[in-house]
Design a protein around this ligand. Structure first.
Ligand code: SF4
Length: 395
């Protein structure tokens, strides 16, 4: 089978798993959102423009997801989501309605940090052992504060405070120009030409960008939640649809795409070594380390842009992602999945859900993943042919 067909089969199968096993953040149990969801746990779409306090439901949800995207970058996603949920519920019960009034988080900083500390301790009791077993680590190392830091203030001000300040600043700036909006964050985000450009500006914009508080992966995860998972987007243009933002590319996605053979079908092992994506013997136990973030911007080597897939890619880049004004002369690896999915029923959100499902339930980052039970084992090169893709590489 040709490279293109191998890659297409892999992506479609992963998307199929994603559609069957979606990975939405479970926010229906959050105190501020209880009335936003119906009894089946589905977001009531037709009421997204309804006013809740000063803002629409869409705005409040967007503020929350903006914060969650920043926090979701930590080491134990299950624990992080618990922490965010417990702290949000705790603060709202104390009338600190920080999504409705971001300033309240800072005004009552003592209560905010106490809440974070206390909920973090509780989560440690239930999650630390499980996390340690799954990651071949020790429970004592369990810490959700990120940057390997144990100080709550840095975590609260930097990781919580920065995303909460953006809608507050927008509110101030809008009032300076007499603009009245019940959706300042939503208006700001949808001001961009595409979901992809929005996700870049979420990080890079000089005034409103989150800067180092958010990585490329988390910015794309936010785009996925906004466009795909919760359908918050008001825009109907193709540049804001299911393939108009890049895949959130993290170590989990990279590991599955490497072991299954997707990455090695579009460039050689030597290419990845030269790009320092593969760093020889730099993994935990002396295995080769795959630094997934280094893939960004690297070019597809084995498929021509003059192919049919290349034509799809050109359209993706100029009309969907809108990152190029003219047709590009080469294809960037991290944007290739968009071209593969263009004429299918699947979107980047399905692909990401599939990668999360496979990566967190079967394709563990050690040499004994649950391949026998993995739903894509029949087409996985690591399982079928190249055992060394599993035993010799770590992400
Ligand atoms: S078959 Fe094994 S190596 Fe391949 S994706 Fe599944 S768990 Fe990972």
């Amino acid at each position: 089978m040709e490279n293109i067909e191998i890659c297409r089969n892999l992506l479609l199968k992963i998307c199929e798993c994603g559609q069957k096993n979606p990975n939405p953040p479970h926010i229906q149990d959050l105190f501020p959102f209880k009335h936003y969801f119906n009894s089946e746990g589905n977001l009531i779409q037709e009421k997204l423009s309804e006013i809740d306090g000063l803002w629409t439901r869409r705005e409040i949800l967007t503020r929350f997801l903006f914060l969650q995207a920043v926090l979701d970058q930590g080491p134990d996603i299950v624990g992080i989501r618990h922490l965010l949920k417990d702290v949000t519920n705790g603060l709202y019960l104390k009338e600190i309605r920080f999504l409705h009034k971001p300033l309240d988080f800072f005004r009552e900083l003592g209560i905010s940090v106490d809440e974070i500390l206390q909920k973090h301790e509780n989560i440690k009791l239930t999650r630390a052992e499980i996390w340690a077993t799954e990651n071949k680590s020790t429970a004592g190392r369990y810490n959700l504060f990120m940057d390997n830091s144990t100080q709550v203030l840095g975590y609260a001000i930097y990781r919580w405070g920065v995303p909460l300040s953006v809608p507050y600043l927008l509110e101030k700036d809008f009032s300076k120009i007499n603009k009245i909006s019940t959706e300042p964050l939503v208006d700001y985000l949808e001001n961009y030409d595409s979901a992809e450009i929005m996700s870049q500006e979420v990080k890079d914009n000089q005034r409103y960008g989150l800067g180092k508080a958010i990585g490329d992966k988390a910015a794309h995860l936010f785009a996925k939640w906004y466009v795909h998972t919760f359908s918050l987007c008001r825009k109907k243009a193709i540049s804001w649809n299911k393939i108009s933002y890049e895949l959130p590319f993290d170590s989990n996605a990279g590991r599955v795409l490497f072991r299954t053979g997707f990455l090695t079908n579009i460039a050689s092992l030597k290419n990845y070594e030269n790009w320092e994506v593969i760093q020889k013997n730099a993994g935990k136990g002396g295995e080769h380390y795959i630094r997934v973030t280094n893939i960004r911007g690297k070019k597809v080597q084995t498929i021509s842009i003059e192919s049919d897939l290349g034509s799809q890619y050109k359209e993706i880049s100029t009309q969907y992602l809108k990152t190029r004004k003219r047709f590009p002369s080469s294809m960037e690896i991290q944007q290739l999945p968009n071209a593969f999915l263009k004429e299918t029923k699947y979107g980047i959100g399905d692909l990401d859900d599939g990668l999360i499902y496979i990566g967190t339930n079967f394709c563990f980052n050690h040499n004994e993943p649950k391949c026998v039970k993995c739903p894509i084992n029949e087409i996985c090169i690591g399982f079928q042919e190249k055992q060394e893709f599993i035993s010799n590489f770590r992400t």
